[in-house]
Design a protein around this ligand. Sequence first.
Ligand SMILES: [Zn+2]
Length: 116
Amino acid sequence: MQIIHDFKIPVKKYSELGQNNNFPHPEECPHCHDKLHKHGFYHRYVITIDGKCFWILIRRYKCQHCGKTVSILPAFLFPKFQRSLNYIICCMKEYLLQKKLILYKQAVYFYLHRFT
Ligand SMILES: [Zn+2]
């Protein structure tokens, strides 16, 4: 499960801070309401609207009761997408309002389909 959290910092700053970001610690497991324990990090990439690619860390917690994990996803990301949320919204907006493609057509159609 992923919990989306607004760190209120830009992607670049989040990337630079790495493990030193101010990660929230969820009070309880969303599945069984037991305590969550820190469970390391995983990394992923994010592509911002200016075409830059950043390597970022995602904090993970694990419930020792039910064994499920919870990740804290920064709000500038959209789950399972590499491009930032701003980038995706901008692509859809440009296409819907001006029929302008700032990404290849297949990707824009994919985003539109996912959001509808
Ligand atoms: Zn649990």
